[in-house]
Design a protein around this ligand. Structure first.
Ligand code: TRH
Length: 375
């Protein structure tokens, strides 16, 4: 069975992060032949350092990676065609899809949202010119959605690392990080955020030692402004009880390991947000900002699911922190509340992860959707 996945990199790394992960999983766990069409190989190379950004065709982890250039060359159409995040397929490709005796299954893989309407729209068809149909496939956290990307061995691999202090130290050493005794480890991946200074002040004056690890990215300018100095990958700085260290942007698998090693992860967008949930540690989500504040509904919708089972005090602390981060103010007070509810939030993150892991993963759900469509 042949699958084509089309990815247009709009900005950031979420589009390529999700499609690259999905393509690998379809090959490794479902034995499918997958072509991944990507318009921006330079962005892709950040997450996949072995990628040659100049090659029109190459194989990576069993996936045939194709540069999706502006000039489309005719190719054979696959049995399943995924357009990620409503990127528009080349007209010539759609014409060949329509001309096939048996048309392919055409899916639009949508952005992640925990909002109620998602389950109602997941799997709905939409008629297209040429007699084709396109189906909307929505990731999600609840029954009736397409689930979340989760590789088969992921949680076992995470458990092994989290149970092995030596392996964690060896992994961190590879990044140039030495964990200090009794220090809490926090990773920071976020968009620009005016609320960061308040959080950094709180960490610097906190009673616990904190090691803050910051991969290259958009938040770094705010970190450097607060420090008043640069923090290139490998560089370290200390302010009070806060130790900061710049890290390179790493391959996806290493970023997972970093999340698993940390006590708390600040993440953003879509894919890192899910990966932090699989780390089973408390997290902080910097949601991708949308026009007219539409992202606040998404944030509330997720919190409405995630908060279930928390005590009133831990719930209030969580909501306060996430809202402060996304409103870009009030982080110092909010962080104090989170510290007071730390143990409960940690146990809750484990529980949430187990609940979500009990649901079918997104790649398997896609394969099942195709089977159902064929029968
Ligand atoms: O890069 P993002 O901000 O992407 C966003 C979201 O997808 C959002 O939904 C979308 O609308 C917007 O782009 C256009 O955040 P995200 O989704 O977390 O993607 C980051 C990817 O980068 C993810 O796959 C993890 C990966 N990553 C690494 O591989 N190495 C690293 O060192 C880091 C920090 C991240």
């Amino acid at each position: 069975m042949k699958w084509d996945i089309f990815c247009a990199v709009v900005d950031n790394y979420g589009d390529i992060g999700v499609t690259w992960r999905l393509a690998r999983q379809l090959v490794a766990e479902h034995g499918l032949a997958v072509r991944l069409w990507v318009d921006d190989l330079d962005a892709f190379a950040h997450l996949c350092p072995s990628l040659d950004p100049h090659a029109a065709v190459q194989e990576q982890a069993g996936v045939e990676v194709r540069h999706w250039s502006g000039v489309w060359q005719p190719v054979e159409v696959a049995d399943v065609v995924i357009e990620a995040f409503a990127c528009t397929l080349p007209d010539a490709y759609v014409e060949v899809m329509a001309a096939r005796t048996v048309p392919p299954l055409w899916l639009n893989l949508e952005y992640l949202s925990a909002e109620d309407w998602v389950a109602g729209c997941h799997g709905l068809p939409s008629p297209q010119p040429g007699g084709l149909q396109k189906f909307f496939f929505f990731p999600g956290f609840v029954e009736g959605t397409g689930g979340l990307l989760r590789e088969a061995g992921l949680l076992a691999e995470r458990d092994a690392l989290q149970a092995d202090v030596g392996a964690q130290a060896a992994f961190l050493a590879r990044l140039g990080v030495v964990r200090q005794p009794q220090a809490q480890l926090i990773s920071l991946f976020a968009y620009e955020n005016a609320g960061l200074a308040g959080w950094l002040e709180a960490l610097a004056s906190g009673y616990k030692t904190t090691q803050l690890l910051i991969p290259q990215g958009r938040i770094l300018a705010d970190v450097q402004a607060w420090l008043g100095t640069s923090l290139a990958p490998g560089e370290r700085c200390q302010r009070g009880n806060l130790h900061l260290q710049g890290l390179p942007f790493m391959a996806q698998a290493d970023y997972d390991r970093l999340l698993w090693c940390c006590d708390f992860n600040a993440v953003r967008g879509e894919d890192s947000f899910i990966r932090a949930q699989w780390a089973a540690r408390p997290l902080l989500w910097h949601i991708y900002r949308q026009e007219e504040g539409a992202h606040w509904d998404k944030l509330d919708a997720f919190l409405a699911l995630y908060h279930q089972g928390l005590s009133a005090s831990a719930d209030a602390a969580l909501q306060q922190l996430w809202k402060a981060w996304n409103a870009e103010q009030g982080m110092a007070e909010a962080w104090g509340e989170v510290q007071r509810n730390w143990q409960e939030l940690r146990e809750h993150a484990e529980r949430w992860c187990s609940q979500q892991a009990a649901r079918p993963d997104l790649a398997s759900a896609l394969v099942q959707f195709h089977r159902n469509w064929l029968s």
